[in-house]
Design a protein around this ligand. Sequence first.
Ligand code: GDP
Length: 445
Amino acid sequence: MEDTICAISTAVGVGGISIIRVSGNDSIKLVNSIFKGKDLTKVDSNTINYGHIVYNNEIIDEVLVSIMRAPKTYTKENIVEINSHGGIAVTNKILEILLLIGCREAEPGEFTKRAFLNGRIDLIKAESVIDVINAETENARSLSVNNLTGKLSSIIREVKKELLALEANIEVNIDYPEYEDIEDITNEKAIIALEKITEKFDELIKESKTGKIIKNGLDVAIIGAPNVGKSSILNALLEENKAIVTDIEGTTRDIVEGRIILNGIMINFIDTAGIRETKDIVEKIGVDKSLEKLNDADLVILVLDGSRKLIEDEKELIEKVKTKNHIIFINKNDLNKKLNIEGITGNAKETNGLDDLKKAIIKEIESNTNINKDMTYISNARQLSLIKKADNSLKKALQGLKENIPVDVITIDIESAKNNLGEILGENYKEDLLDELFSRFCIGK
Ligand code: GDP
């Protein structure tokens, strides 16, 4: 039998209330042994009960205790939630007592892990729980709630069912060729069915880029030679003094990050060390990092100093950014103009031109994403890589069919795609995958 786990589910700190959650078959019995009020073992499910936590004849706190009986609970086990006053000492004391009377402290995400292992939610839904918790924008919340309520899961399940039907038909044809009433799956029919599915997958793969941007934000690297005003621009965009601004070249040696929300999307600004040839080892590390960030970024803002001619490094940078989504910002337009290049002009010191810069970023977001209310995007690398694998298997099957390989041979590829889909839902999982996934949760979830 599973042991009884407990954890503080609310954020640690001072607040109105704290919730200590207990799950397991014995949870009600155990909490009842330290509760003074109604007999919790006899109260109805889904009730809130007033009383006191009492241990060694000492009143620990005045509490409200929620009783939720299996199986209709978060974990499908008996759950008790103790609502105590929201103080650090009082909450810790109740947790400590629970451990003394036989509960075990839950690992991060263990309640949700039990919900998954007990069959209440699939792995997509479990992952979306973390996404809902981590969502910082309205779009990210909306996307993760759609997955939590099962939109992506049902698409995957539907495709799996179609593949199973296709496979079954093929097998019937192989096993009982004499039954003419059973649909004879010809290559033609299998091709039509599989093409429909791979189209669906290709769409999901294409849209996953939007899902990633909604969930993780748009990574925008601010690059340029030293002293062109990169840090000043970042500070002006963030409306705070986060990056260090100095006129000594090479002072922004590390990557400074800051975030704002534009058009419902989190923008992760990455200020980088000025890019130039350097012999200074520490500065060189910064420069290499900048180039790395330039490559990884979804969007690059190349900052140039409008008051002077281009230097060699900048000419190279202009070439480099051409392969990326980029915006050129020509700074220091308060000084004499010496540069004739297309771009947004401004003066970061006086936050001049920054609205135009923000508008250009929004335009980039709009051309890169296709956000709609009905979002069901794949929002993590695990799901995406499995969809890609399934897609590849089915494309292999399609190719085989087009080359007139007998249909029974392609069942191997269909089977493999079905397994990948099952893996997305968590039907066949490896223990270390679960450990990794749930370790990303907070304690008490
Ligand atoms: P970074 O090395 O590219 O990050 O550049 P900083 O933001 O540290 O700025 C370098 C210097 O240029 C500082 O002295 C800033 O005050 C100055 N600076 C930044 N933007 C402007 C601007 O638009 N006009 C003028 N005149 N000076 C600026």
